[in-house]
Design a binder for this molecule. Sequence first.
Ligand SMILES: O=C(O)CCC(=O)C(=O)O
Ligand SMILES: [Fe+2]
Length: 299
Amino acid sequence: MKNLIKHFKCDDSIDSMLEALNDDAGIIIDDVMSDKQLLNIKMELDPFLKRTSCGQDNFTGFKTKRVGALIARSKTSRDLALNPMINEMAEKFLEHHCDNYQLHFTSAINIGPGETPQILHRDRGVWGGYVPRKIETQFSAIWAVTDFTFENGATQIVPGSHKWDKDREPKPDEIAYAEMKAKSVLIYTGSVLHGGGENNSKESRLGVFLHYAPSWLRQEENQYLSCPPEIAKDFSPELRKLIGYSKGGYVLGFYTDPKDESGELESVSPSRLFNDQRDEYSRIESASELVKESLKKGI
Ligand SMILES: O=C(O)CCC(=O)C(=O)O
Ligand SMILES: [Fe+2]
């Protein structure tokens, strides 16, 4: 018997979804994307998928293609990244460990016919295992662009494995498969065991991965290079802030324009690159409040 992932509808309460996410570390919300978004995202990704080669190792998959820089390349990915329901959930999920969160990773992952199962892993491993488990590092969304089926490589997820000892391995019947219709979204966390599925069908399985993380962690996909200022200048301040053109704390992530002759772009927020309003960290109540706040989690 296969283990199952709980399904939700868009009008279910965010709290009920978060409760299930805290219990299982993986849930599916059905029918979130519009028909138009589905049509558009396929068109936007198609040229990049055509020209991209498959992975070069067992982890990325010899029959799997990955396309990044989705914020720069795909208007619909920008809209999905800003989806209000997903962002409300991301904020509530991550807020216990940070004052703010950011977009951390974008990728369109296309698992081709004949692909073997990806090794099960925890995405929090990107930081080399140094972040203590009590800190949840990622809130991740996989938007289904094709149907995800057991046969075509639906993501393997081990519900509840975020609470397991790091060395425990799942029995076959503990592995669930994120079977969902195109337009649905799988939400999972950085601590749950998961991996791409085996594709025994004749079609490809395509998902758009948009992951969020606390704004004090280094992003997996470097957004300043994948979406440089000359592209980001045309986005909304909200999207720019989400991808990291903002400070993550009073001094975290400031920059100085090396060519500035006015003296005004010394130690400022990246939001100043675009003349965006001051960000929330630009003013402090008092130095002693600032120091007290910075110690609130007991460092
Ligand atoms: O393609 C998938 O379903 C999962 C891919 C994945 O987990 C990864 O590459 O880290
Ligand atoms: Fe992964």
